[in-house]
Design a protein around this ligand. Structure first.
Ligand code: 5RP
Length: 222
């Protein structure tokens, strides 16, 4: 099975967790496969809350109603991918740059179903460059703070200019970190002035992980 086939398989499996109502929808290539599967059962749901402009466009292109989070009470389920996930269901997210809205929509949902191919399962977070959304004026100060922690931080660029997120902010990607205590790490970095969201999802972790493997989809529960 290729990585894309694993992503498709977990996306299909995730639809089983959608019983009706409003669904929270993540961002990225795995989430895109989920949107395509969700479209096949769209009569079952009242709409979706999107974690990015890209996801909103894809949902709309399938005729799925996109709702403002402020107009809904909350969701039963949020389905999204991850860049890394541990056996404790702590994650690194934000490779697609949508980490802030992903954390918000996940927080408004009772259950986070993470869909990922097996390459995303890790013993410890930190090999994948950690995305951090920052207020533009704080970018270099935040990068120096990561350097003091032993990390190497880079501003994410698009065509030689800083990439601007859906929220009008910048992204910093940090390598060289050993995130041995994700809960403490997330709590600390979230306090730094100018940090909008750190891409560690430990306070806001998944409840279920559907992992695509060569032997099929495995359901990991905590
Ligand atoms: C986007 C994310 C994605 O969930 C993460 O990057 C995984 O992406 P993909 O499904 O394309 O591997 O956090 O901000």
């Amino acid at each position: 099975m290729t990585q894309d086939e694993m992503k498709q398989a977990v996306a299909r499996a995730a639809v089983e967790y959608v019983k009706g109502g409003i669904v929270g929808v993540g961002t990225g290539s795995t989430a895109n496969y989920f949107i395509d599967e969700l479209a096949k059962v769209k009569g079952r749901i009242d709409g979706a809350v999107a974690s990015s402009e890209a996801t909103a466009s894809r949902l709309k292109s399938h005729g799925i109603q996109v709702l403002d989070l402020n107009s809904v009470g909350g969701m039963d389920v949020y389905v999204d991918g991850a860049d890394e996930i541990t056996r404790n269901f702590h994650m690194i997210k934000g490779g697609g740059g949508a980490l802030t809205r992903e954390k918000i929509v996940a927080a408004a949902s009772r259950k986070f179903v993470c869909i990922a191919d097996e390459s995303k399962l890790v013993r410890r977070l930190g090999a994948y460059p950690l995305p951090v959304e920052v207020i533009p004026m704080a970018a270099h100060r935040v990068m120096r703070q990561f350097a003091a922690m032993g990390g190497q931080a880079k501003l994410r660029l698009r065509y030689d200019s800083p990439l601007v997120t859906d929220n009008g902010q910048y992204l910093v990607d940090v390598t060289g970190l050993q995130i041995s205590d994700p809960l403490a790490f997330e709590s600390e970095v979230n306090q730094w002035p100018g940090v909008v969201t750190v891409g560690v999802f430990a306070l806001q972790k998944a409840q279920i992980c559907l992992l695509g493997t060569a032997d099929g989809v495995k359901t990991l529960t905590f």
